[in-house]
Design a protein around this ligand. Structure first.
Ligand SMILES: *Cc1c(COP(=O)(O)O)cnc(C)c1O
Length: 387
């Protein structure tokens, strides 16, 4: 049995697909310590620089004294404490995917997506998913046992054809709002129009839009969209800087999840101090236009210098700025050459991205300085010249 596992791992290594964890010996931020090296990192999803913000650290310490360390039980038993309740109300009012929306907290975005799809969809239903959606939406669709149709990336015409073709009791259009490995934005207005025309739900995963787009409210606000058909999921471990996730939707959707979603019911509530810390994060996100403007400046500066590299800079206006290299081993070699220069950019390989599209995924944060982005683009041009 072990020899067979070993052989499979060896094949993975030979294909350049072996993953290694780096032990980070500092808090998150533009500079992280790994072993005896300090790296300038463009790797996290901490888009607003909140993961180690003093306001959040203070909130975490103070609320731990008030609420203790652990929630003790699941939300439906005795784990649902006042900070969770307050955070849910604040998130619902802020994100507001429809009039009178409610929100429900989850311990992670992965669980939230499993909950949405496995609770609302069944084997009598149909899910229409963008081909580049995050893995956990695909896993949620599998768990639901609904018929799954994956349409070509952002292809509204192909989605319309599929909606005309596939009949079911309930139908769900499911999409990342900002695609996690490409950085581009889903055509949400067109998707909502299709949902209305074909009587479908629209499930939006705003992991990378919440906090960043639409004045921090997310990608729906960016487009000025709201509807009772929308089920919006956002994560709280990325721009919000902490951990967890929420679903915001019509109160009947939220009550259905609360009553029936197994990834909500059968897991311990996340600690109340995290909810209190997230309330502090939400205040910064709400008043975060200065951080978002700084981020926009960095994105423009990166794109101005990265467009002439010999790799494909994807068309992205968000903090996710991928450079597609193609071959997995080549992407790893470029990432290693950057690391030698003290710069950390992750190489993203299959199966996270389609075969032949391995890439460097540069992610920017408002905590970066313009000089940091200059150092990155200079190093990329040096590495490209050596290659
Ligand atoms: C990160 C991510 C998730 C998962 O969220 P976690 O809170 O990290 O579990 C879900 N969807 C997308 C698009 C993501 O990028």
């Amino acid at each position: 049995m072990l020899a067979e596992l070993e052989a499979a791992l060896e094949r993975r290594r030979a294909d350049g697909l072996m993953r290694e964890r780096r032990v980070v010996e500092s808090a998150q931020g533009p500079r992280i310590r790994c072993g005896d090296q300090t790296l300038l990192a463009f790797a996290s999803n901490d888009y607003l620089g909140l993961a180690n913000a003093p306001e959040l650290v203070d909130a975490l310490c103070a609320s731990a004294r008030a609420w203790g360390a652990g929630a003790g039980a699941s939300h439906l038993i005795v784990g649902h404490q006042a900070p969770h309740e307050a955070l849910e109300r604040e998130l619902a009012a802020f994100v507001a995917p429809c009039a009178g929306a409610r929100a429900l907290l989850f311990s992670s975005g992965y669980l939230a997506n499993l909950a949405i799809l496995s609770s609302l969809a069944t084997r009598h239903d149909a899910i229409f998913a963008d081909r580049l959606n995050h893995a956990c939406l695909t896993d949620g669709a599998r768990l639901s046992r609904a018929a799954l149709t994956r349409y070509p990336h952002r292809d509204v015409g192909a989605l319309r054809d599929a909606l005309v073709r596939v009949r079911a009791r309930r139908r769900f259009i499911v999409t990342d709002a900002v695609f996690s490995m490409d950085g581009d934005i889903a055509p949400l207005a067109d998707l909502l129009a299709l949902a209305e025309a074909h009587d479908a739900w629209l499930v939006v995963d705003d992991a990378h839009g919440f906090g960043v787009l639409g004045g921090g409210r997310g990608t729906l606000a960016h487009f000025g969209l709201a509807s009772e058909r929308i089920v919006c999921m956002g994560t709280l471990g990325k721009a919000a800087g902490v951990a967890g996730a929420f679903v915001a939707a019509h109160p009947l959707v939220i009550e259905t999840l609360l009553q029936t979603a197994r990834p909500y019911i059968y897991t311990t509530a996340s600690p109340a101090p995290l909810a209190e810390t997230l309330r502090a994060a939400l205040r910064i996100v709400r008043d975060g236009d200065t951080r978002r403007a700084a981020l926009a400046t960095l994105i423009a500066a990166f794109r101005a210098e990265a467009g002439t590299l010999p790799w494909t800079l994807l068309d992205s206006s968000t903090p996710i700025q991928p450079l597609v290299i193609g071959d997995a081993a080549a992407a790893v070699r470029v990432a290693e050459a950057l690391a030698v220069r003290g710069i950390l950019v992750p190489a993203i390989r299959p199966p996270t991205v389609p075969a032949g599209t391995a890439r460097l995924r540069v992610s920017l944060s408002s905590a970066h300085a313009l000089a940091d982005v200059d150092a990155l683009t200079r190093a990329l041009h040096e590495v490209a010249a050596d290659a």
